[in-house]
Design a protein around this ligand. Structure first.
Ligand code: PGA
Length: 210
């Protein structure tokens, strides 16, 4: 069971390091990953590993290297200790195409990272994911919403059928109160707001560890 914390553009270096001190160790059967903003990633991998966590980034370039000012390659992320990277997050939808998301996932895999490939609809899977990818799929239908989609159980079944062996995660308004209603339907969760606070993060972690 995966628990991916996506800090988006939140926090300071002090807040990130205090948060890591406060979080509980990974319970058996849970693979926690924390995705912090780029500037805070360096030197965090060992701290996280001591708690049984992996470090992730929130994006990478679709190119391996070159004259692309402001971009960060998947191999650079691997170099500073990341093992995961989110690609195609719906909050980035206006900056990238499905093909670029596919390429980002390929660059991640070539560099030894596991991409967490976001989709907002079942039909995105063939555009963004090759079923031979060692990756995770994160279904996130509505950014910023706290309401879970109706018939999420049915959607989860369809997603898992289409995804084959690839683990399917759900993201969007997951919190310690609603996690227990949906925990059985997915292989993990991508959490934004509830990952920013160590109390709610620890509640999520321990609920998944049951
Ligand atoms: P949320 O964000 O949990 O705050 O809805 C999840 C995400 O967008 O990754």
């Amino acid at each position: 069971m995966f628990l991916i914390g996506n800090w988006k553009m939140h926090g300071s270096f002090n807040e990130v390091t205090s948060f890591i001190e406060e979080v509980d160790k990974a319970p058996a059967g849970v693979d926690p990953v924390l995705c912090f903003p780029f500037p805070y990633l360096k030197n965090l991998a060992l701290l996280l590993r001591a708690k049984g966590y992996n470090l992730g980034a929130q994006d990478c370039s679709d190119k391996p290297l070159g004259p692309f000012t402001g971009q960060v390659s998947a191999s650079m992320l691997k170099d500073i200790g990341c093992n995961y990277v989110i690609v195609g997050h719906p909050e980035r939808a206006s900056f990238e195409t499905d093909e670029q998301v596919f390429q980002k996932a390929e660059r991640a895999i070539e560099s030894g990272l596991t991409p967490i490939i976001c989709i907002t609809a079942l039909g995105d899977i063939p555009k963004r994911v090759s079923l031979s990818f060692p990756c995770l799929i994160a279904y996130e239908p509505a950014v910023g919403s706290n309401a879970l989609p109706s018939d999420l159980e049915g959607i989860a079944k369809q997603l898992k059928e289409s995804a084959g062996q690839i683990p399917v995660l759900y993201g969007g308004g997951v919190n310690p109160e609603n996690l227990k209603d949906i925990v059985l339907w997915f292989d993990g969760f991508l959490v934004g707001r509830a990952s920013l606070n160590s109390t709610s993060w620890n509640q999520l972690l321990n609920e998944l560890g049951h």
